[in-house]
Design a protein around this ligand. Structure first.
Ligand SMILES: [Zn+2]
Length: 325
C-alpha cells in the first residue's frame, strides 16, 4: 500500500469554487472521509454486484444509505458503466467498487476516487435526487474515467483531471446519453478558461483549478486532433486510451506520465502524446481555440449554445469523436 494517495476530485465542470469548498468542508465530518475507512466499508458492508462487459461494479450503500431510491441509483450506475464500455470497448477495470453515501439534497454530490487498494469511488447522492438529476449527472462517469488510467505523480494531476474532463462527455455522447452539441458547448464554454495567464509556465505542478481541468482537457483535445490527422482518421484518442488502460490495468497501478504517453503512442502507432506532454508539462503552451473550433465546425452562438457546421475543414474529425467504434 503506497503512502502517497492521489485524491482525484470531481469539482471541475459545474461547481463554482465556493460551492466546491463548502462541500469539501461538509465532507470533513463524514465517517468515510479517510480512504481507509472507505475501503473498510467497501470490503465489510454488504454490496450488490452489477455485471458489465469486461468487469463488475460492486455497489455498497453506506450504512444502508437510508432514504435514497436504490432502483434509480442502480439504473444511473449502469448507464454510466455503459458510457465507459462505449468508449473503452469494455468496462475498463476488472472490479470497480462504489460507496454510495446518502446526504440531504436533490442532486448527485461530491465524489472522490482512489486506487491504492483497488479502483474505488466514494460518491454522495441526495435523498431527493430524481431521474432527471441522475440523467444530468456527469460526476460518476468522470470518476470512472479516472479509474481507467494508472495513478500519476502529483505534478501530473492536470493530465488526470484534464483527461476525465475531456473524456466524460465524449463517452456519454458515444453511448447516446449526450448530443454532439452538448459536448462542444461545454468545450467552448470551459476550455478558454484553462489557457495560460500572464506568469503561467508549464502545466506540471499547477494548482489553478481551471488550468487543471480545462487546460488539461485542451491538451487531450489537441492530442485527439493530432492522432486523427496523423493517421487519416484510422486512430483516435480512444485507441490510445484503450492501450494505456490495457497496459496498466487502471488506477491501482502507479506510473510516470512519460510511461503513460509512451503506452498511448504505442497503441496508435504515431508519436504524438510524448512530445505534446513534454511541451505542455514544461513550457507555456497556448492554444488558438477560436481557430481550432472553427476548423472543427463548432460555431458558438451568443446565447452560449453551439451550431455544428458539417462543411468545415475538420468536420469529419469532429463527428468521429462522438461516434462509437
Ligand atoms: Zn476528477
Amino acid at each position: 500500500m503506497p503512502d502517497r494517495r492521489t485524491v482525484l476530485l470531481a469539482m471541475g465542470a459545474t461547481l463554482g469554487l465556493g460551492e466546491a469548498m463548502a462541500r469539501a468542508g461538509a465532507e470533513a465530518s463524514d465517517a468515510y472521509d479517510e480512504p481507509d475507512a472507505m475501503y473498510a466499508a467497501l470490503f465489510r458492508q454488504p454490496h450488490i454486484t452489477l455485471p458489465m462487459v469486461g468487469g463488475t461494479i460492486d455497489v455498497t450503500f453506506a450504512d444502508g444509505a437510508s432514504g435514497i431510491d436504490r432502483r434509480l441509483v442502480v439504473d444511473w450506475i449502469r448507464l454510466a458503466g455503459r458510457a465507459m464500455i462505449a468508449y473503452f470497448g469494455r468496462y475498463p477495470v476488472d472490479r470497480y467498487r462504489l460507496l454510495v453515501i446518502a446526504e440531504p439534497g436533490e442532486t448527485v454530490g461530491h465524489a472522490t476516487t482512489f486506487g491504492y487498494a483497488g479502483p474505488a469511488t466514494r460518491i454522495r447522492v441526495g435523498t431527493h435526487a430524481d431521474a432527471t438529476a441522475f440523467a444530468n449527472d456527469w460526476v460518476l462517469v468522470h470518476e470512472m474515467v479516472h479509474t481507467a488510467l494508472p495513478d500519476l505523480p502529483r505534478r501530473a494531476l492536470w493530465l488526470q483531471e484534464g483527461n476525465a474532463t475531456y473524456v466524460e462527455p465524449v463517452a456519454r455522447a458515444q453511448a447516446g446519453q449526450l448530443t454532439e452539441e452538448d459536448v462542444w458547448r461545454q468545450a467552448v464554454a470551459g476550455m478558454p478558461g484553462g489557457e495560460p495567464r500572464p506568469g503561467d509556465g508549464g502545466m506540471d505542478g499547477t494548482r489553478a483549478h481551471n488550468r487543471l481541468y480545462w487546460g488539461g482537457a485542451t491538451f487531450w483535445l489537441r492530442a485527439e486532433v493530432e492522432i486523427a490527422l496523423r493517421t487519416s482518421g484510422r486512430k483516435m484518442l480512444r485507441d490510445a486510451m484503450r492501450g494505456m488502460n490495457r497496459a496498466s490495468g487502471g488506477n491501482a497501478a502507479t506510473w510516470t506520465p512519460e510511461q503513460l504517453m509512451a503506452a498511448g503512442d504505442a497503441a496508435t502507432g504515431v508519436d504524438i502524446l510524448a512530445g505534446l506532454y513534454e511541451a505542455f508539462a514544461h513550457r507555456r503552451v497556448g492554444t488558438d481555440l477560436p481557430t481550432l473550433f472553427s476548423r472543427l465546425g463548432v460555431i458558438a452562438r451568443p446565447d452560449g449554445s453551439v451550431r455544428l457546421d458539417d462543411r468545415a475543414e475538420l468536420a469529419w474529425l469532429r463527428r468521429r469523436i462522438c461516434i462509437p467504434s
